[in-house]
Design a protein around this ligand. Structure first.
Ligand SMILES: [Zn+2]
Ligand SMILES: [Zn+2]
Length: 76
């Protein structure tokens, strides 16, 4: 099982990312949002750094794209 090279947390306990060839958890890695460049610990399920604001923006984007298919409904 992969684990963080710095603190040893396993992939079952944290999101691990590849940082300069090292496997690190998102708490140990210095992450920068893929979209806006803000330093962030937040990642997508896929392990890409994405700050909260951009995750929300992306979710909104996906929801408006899915709206045509009438799938998920609105949880507001
Ligand atoms: Zn760690
Ligand atoms: Zn961002």
């Amino acid at each position: 099982m992969p684990e963080c090279a710095a603190c040893g947390v396993g992939s079952n306990r944290a999101v691990l990312v590849d940082a300069d060839g090292e496997t690190l958890c998102t708490s140990c890695a210095d992450g920068y949002c893929d979209r806006c460049g803000t330093e962030t610990e937040h990642t997508t399920i896929a392990g890409d750094f994405l700050c909260e604001r951009c995750q929300r923006a992306r979710r909104d984007q996906e929801m408006s794209r899915d709206a045509g298919q009438g799938a998920l409904g609105d949880f507001v």
